[in-house]
Design a protein. Structure first.
Length: 226
């Protein structure tokens, strides 16, 4: 195995921190297979499977696997989400850079992720509240969360199945209970950003003569926290 020449973005590097030592991982919606290759070259994983619904990313992943001698331990699979990955029995599953609704749908279609020992490492680009709502309602426990800033602030959610179903308030679904408990500067920046977004939404709806109960509730919660 070659010396690791791959440099991960801050977002991917933060996700990599939650992949467990020695695990067999899945990288769903892979792009060039950078994340699993980096983990393999670092000696962090014993192997894995990389998947994408489109042929282009899978072809690029194959090229990178060949370039870094990773073909014997990382397997590219053309499939929708996790639909063809159950037989590989991945232990740590990364689904990064997708919309929250899509992440929730991929997990709903893959009940094998409820097995003991499976860890989900998720990074929704939009609607993190949909991801957390799905996880909690389906019996997954959110065991860790993290915010990381590149061009914007991204949320990383780590979950494992326990079977205990929960509900949560809208502020926690949107920004993460663990993040709120931690209460760092990055969270305050994210909350202030969303305060501005909600105010713009309220203004737009007011012009259209529409009510804003959802915006009002979340805005009040953000202001109470800040």
């Amino acid at each position: 195995m070659k010396h690791n020449p791959i440099s991960l973005s801050k977002r991917l590097r933060a996700a990599a921190d939650y992949v467990r030592e020695g695990s067999y991982m899945a990288d769903v919606g892979t792009d060039h297979a950078y994340l699993p290759l980096w983990l393999l070259l670092e000696g962090r994983i014993r192997g894995g499977v990389v998947s994408d619904i489109h042929k282009g990313p899978i072809d690029r992943a194959r090229e990178h696997l060949r370039a870094y001698d990773g073909e014997d331990r990382l397997t590219p699979v053309l499939c929708d989400g996790l639909s063809a990955l159950e037989s590989y029995a991945p232990e740590d599953i990364c689904i990064l850079g997708m919309g929250g609704e899509l992440i929730a749908r991929i997990l709903a279609d893959a009940p094998f992720t409820k097995r003991e020992g499976v860890r989900l490492i998720l990074q929704p680009m939009t609607h993190p509240e949909n991801v957390r709502r799905f996880l909690l309602s389906e019996g997954y426990a959110i065991v860790e969360e993290r915010l990381v800033k590149e061009d914007k602030i991204y949320q990383i959610i780590v979950a494992e199945y326990t079977g205990e179903k929960r509900e949560s308030d809208e502020l926690s679904l949107m920004f993460g209970e663990i993040n709120l408990q931690r209460g760092d500067d990055l969270l305050c920046e994210l909350l202030a950003h969303w305060e501005k977004i909600l105010l713009r939404r309220k203004e737009g709806k007011a012009v259209a003569g529409e009510d804003t109960p959802e915006e009002d509730t979340l805005l009040a919660s953000i202001r109470a926290y800040l």
